[in-house]
Design a protein around this ligand. Structure first.
Ligand code: ADP
Length: 600
């Protein structure tokens, strides 16, 4: 399992898989009609403008010596009409390609996002979130131009090259062959640069990914940063990563700066050469070269190197795009290892009997976390899970919702193995409240309605009243319509929990899983939360990773977990009488509370 920190580069593939380009063409396929139209417009306009040097040659060699003003005027008007047509074609092409580019990018982004929604927790456990974001936003954006304009321009340039060659050969075969002598030199440069250029763009994409990952991590952790006064150190890490990105980018574009001057130099040298040879041949009256032919020919030469130049730049964008595509398809291809079995059935309405039978689990190979865990929970009862940090409490509750697959053993709900039912039908009947009750940006009403979009306002308010959240919500400036920020920074942790209680209640889950927050809250809120919780628990099986004594004492059964095993199980009184681990834990909390009372 690759733990990928922000400053650890992702792996780089040596050779690229051309199939990825084939895959991306699937995204282009629905727009082939519009692309064909854009291509036709571009090809027709460039074929027509290709006639200009021929016109010049005719005017110079035929019509000026013959003083045929009428023919010259006709050719001039024809040229103007062609220019006008070319302008209109370019305008339409830009409109079509930008529309298609954005449509493709939208589709690609939507596919990657949909897949991300399905990927299991283990995928997110394993990599910085910024590295995922950069794929969905930056990499996909960078492909927009390539997938629309790039395709059209490449085909147009290739056709232009063929047109130009045809015209050049038609004009003068020997001069054309001399001009083509520059091509082997260019091929040599491309072969030299190709591998290095691809690697440079891969490194650049890695550095960009590292930088984004660090920015995302820093924004998420800004409170900790400021409270530990780490701003200066973080800025220096940022500058280091940003400097790496800048250097990688500079190294990658350096190869562009090799290509373009090379093409320019080859073009200039061959043009000069053609002038020298051409003038020599004109003065020696050799091989039928005239002034008109020479002017037209040199005009074709400059046009001949133009598409080669743009093809070289397209090749460069292609290498960048491949580096991005590798990452995008890597995400889209990431296997969803927690998914419905092919013959998965719908989970019948849950009564709430939960059984763990010899459940073993590990996050990483050869690091067992749960070791043959066995227990049975009865419908409607509340189970408190207690134990030291890192004991495996959260792991147990995560397995009930099948956020991870077990390594061996079986988890049954009402006698049905949960790996045999669809994830949707299972999770729809469960309410899960994590420790940091997540609040989404939007209104409080939206937040409570998050898991049940069809709930009416009245139902939302009723749920909030049941869990004792209504009063504090009504005290806010716009009541249920008060806007809250992502993560609920405007709310206290107790208020965030009450909102998440209401959210869970509205979903009316048969099984409730709650990771209780450990943060100390005032007694008033504690009483409120306990009251809300008691109402929430009524009539459903609940598993609570409990820290508050009040919750623990009220549970029907307490499971004391340590090192991935359930060491003790029973009611509060039974476990106290056992005088084992739970007794020690309880006594330490009890002493602590007494101490607190004494000092108050
Ligand atoms: P608890 O909830 O009791 O504090 P957890 O169930 O969260 O403990 O963790 C149990 C063990 O599993 C710990 O040793 C922890 O380091 C490890 N662990 C938890 N989550 C992961 C993860 N995503 N990847 C690898 N190890 C993990």
């Amino acid at each position: 399992m690759a733990r990928n920190k922000y400053d650890i580069d992702e792996s780089i593939e040596e050779s690229y898989d051309i199939k990825q380009l084939g895959r991306v063409l699937q995204y282009v396929k629905p727009y082939r009609g519009q692309l064909a139209l854009a291509l036709f417009l571009m090809l027709s306009s460039s074929a027509l403008t290709m006639l200009f040097p021929m016109f010049i040659s005719e005017i110079m060699d035929t019509y000026i010596p013959a003083k045929d003003i009428k023919a010259i005027v006709t050719i001039t008007i024809l040229s103007l009409v062609i220019v006008l047509y070319a302008c209109i074609c370019i305008r339409f092409k830009i409109r079509i390609t930008s529309r298609i580019g954005q449509a493709i990018v939208h589709q690609l982004r939507s596919d990657i996002f949909c897949h991300l929604q399905e990927l299991p927790f283990s995928y997110y456990d394993d990599r910085p979130h910024g590295k995922i974001q950069v794929r969905v936003v930056n990499y996909v954006n960078s492909l927009s131009d390539l997938l629309s304009n790039g395709i059209i321009n490449t085909i147009t340039d290739m056709c232009n090259l063929i047109f130009i060659l045809v015209f050049m050969f038609a004009l003068h075969i020997r001069l054309t062959l001399i001009c083509l002598c520059g091509l082997p030199v260019l091929m040599g440069v491309i072969i030299f640069v190709k591998r290095r250029q691809r690697r440079a763009w891969q490194i650049q994409s890695n550095k960009q990914s590292n930088l984004t990952a660090y920015i995302a991590e820093s924004i998420n952790g800004i409170r900790v940063t400021q409270s530990f006064v780490r701003e200066r150190e973080n800025t220096s890490i940022f500058n280091h990563l940003s400097g790496n990105y800048r250097s990688a980018w500079m190294r990658a574009v350096k190869y562009n700066f090799i290509m373009w001057p090379c093409i320019d130099s080859i073009s200039t040298v061959t043009t000069a050469f053609i002038y020298v040879i051409g003038i020599g041949w004109i003065s020696g009256e050799l091989y039928g070269v005239t002034i008109g032919i020479l002017i037209a020919f040199t005009s074709y030469i400059s046009r001949f190197w133009e598409p080669i130049n743009t093809l070289a730049s397209f090749y460069n964008s292609l290498l960048t795009a491949i580096a991005y595509l590798e990452r995008i398809f890597e995400t889209i291809d990431e296997p969803v290892n927690v998914k419905d079995a092919p013959d998965a059935i719908e989970m019948p309405p849950i009564q709430g009997n939960v059984t763990f039978r010899d459940v073993c689990f590990s996050y990483e190979d050869n690091v067992p976390i749960l070791n043959k865990v066995n227990f049975t929970a009865n419908a409607g009862d509340t189970y408190a899970i207690v134990g030291p940090t890192g004991a495996g409490k959260s792991t147990i509750v995560n397995l009930i919702s099948r956020f991870y697959n077990v390594d061996s053993g079986e988890i049954q709900i009402d006698g049905t193995d949960i790996s045999k039912v669809t994830l949707k039908s299972l999770r729809k009947q469960m309410g899960i409240m994590m420790q940091d009750s997540f609040i989404f940006s939007g209104t409080i009403m939206d937040n409570i309605r998050y898991g049940n979009l069809t709930a009416t306002d009245e139902e939302v308010i009723a749920a909030a009243k049941t869990v004792c959240a209504h009063d504090f919500i009504m005290e806010m400036e716009n009541g249920y319509q008060t806007q809250v920020n992502e993560r609920g920074s405007r709310l206290s942790s107790g208020q965030r929990q009450l909102i998440s209680f209401a959210r869970a209640l509205l979903e009316n889950p048969a099984i409730l899983i709650l990771d209780e927050a450990t943060s100390s809250i005032d007694t008033e809120t504690e009483i409120l939360l306990q009251k809300g919780l008691n109402r929430l628990l009524q009539g459903r099986t609940s598993f609570i990773i409990a820290h508050r004594l009040s919750t623990i004492k009220n549970a029907n059964c307490i499971m004391y977990v340590d090192k991935g095993n359930i060491l003790e199980k029973g009611t509060h009184e039974e476990l106290l009488a056992l005088k084992g681990e739970y007794y020690k834990l309880f006594m330490s909390q009890y002493d602590f509370l007494l101490e607190k009372k004494g000092t108050a």
